[in-house]
Design a protein around this ligand. Structure first.
Ligand code: SAM
Length: 280
């Protein structure tokens, strides 16, 4: 029995189901159930929420989410080898875990979830970043989720919470901070994982705000920010030349010096610029 439930320790689960970690699936497992319960607690009060978990693997975080009281967990795992182990967890928590064998980038699990919904995941970083961008850029706001609790490489986590003037500041910081509160909730050394990755990791917690922090049209803001940071060393009047013919005037109207670089420009000013560009 493990420290948090009546199921076997994860090392035994992995041995019984022969779940040797595969690099191609970005598998670095968390085997300490006290740690996965701690990560689950970062997701907030789960008792009145459905939780979407992406990439449960052998189920360490899944068990953390369930033992911390999640109303229901819907877990999407690509690796078919893990499904039997996950079904054992579903049996131990009757009616509270639904396991879906599929690729999170391709399937839409929304039909399986009832609001309010929180999302939690320890994913390979490339899949995690792609899903994060999707979750941050839905056609409508507020999104279907209340909060995201996601493990990232430390460097990606730093980009999400970065402030103007820092090297990490860019498109991801703007996307994350425009309509969500983003903070680093936990830091984890490589040794927390089996096998250990080369770099440190961090859990980022994002809470969806009911309204964007500053008004702006999402598509225009996205276009402006992509162009600005695509050539981040250039002055904005050069990097944004293609965005509008009279971009210098629009920068000035938004309170931005045309000679500034994207790295120095706060979110509020990017939103003001997007409004000026949108005027047409
Ligand atoms: N959550 C487990 C844990 O913390 O021990 C496993 C973490 S491991 C870093 C990432 C998991 O995501 C693996 O189980 C892997 O098979 C799964 N995965 C990778 N790509 C995926 C995808 N596109 N859709 C769903 N699961 C995926």
């Amino acid at each position: 029995m493990s420290a948090i439930d009546n199921l076997p320790p994860l090392r035994e689960v992995i041995a019984a189901h022969q779940l040797s970690a595969r690099k191609s699936l970005g598998q670095n497992f968390l085997l300490d159930l006290n740690l996965t319960a701690k990560i689950a607690r970062q997701a907030g009060d789960l008792s009145d929420c459905d939780v979407l978990e992406i990439g449960p693997g052998p189920g360490g975080l899944t068990r953390g989410l369930l033992s911390e009281g999640a109303r229901k967990v819907v877990a999407v795992e690509k690796d078919t080898r893990c499904i039997a182990a996950l079904n054992d967890i579903a049996t131990a928590y009757p009616g509270r875990l639904e396991v879906i064998n599929g690729d999170a980038l391709e399937i839409d699990p929304l039909a399986h979830l009832t609001p309010p919904i929180r999302i939690a995941a320890n994913l390979p970083y490339n899949v995690g970043t792609e899903l994060l961008v999707r979750w941050l850029t839905p056609p409508e706001w507020p999104p279907f989720w209340q909060s995201l609790t996601l493990m990232f490489q430390r460097e990606v986590a730093d980009r999400i919470v970065a402030q103007p003037g820092s090297k990490a500041y860019g498109r991801l910081a703007i996307l994350a901070q425009w309509r969500a509160e983003a903070r680093i909730a936990m830091s984890l050394p490589p040794g927390a994982f089996t096998p250990p990755p080369k770099v440190s990791s961090a859990v980022v917690h994002l809470t969806a705000m009911p309204e964007p922090r500053y008004p702006a049209d999402p598509a225009t803001l996205s276009r402006v920010v992509a162009a600005a940071f695509n050539q981040r060393r250039k002055m904005l009047r050069a990097s944004l030349k293609g965005v509008a013919p009279d971009i210098e005037d629009r920068l000035l109207a938004a309170g931005i010096q045309p000679t500034e670089r994207a790295e120095q420009v706060p979110l509020e000013a990017f939103c003001a610029l997007a409004r000026e560009v949108k005027k047409g």
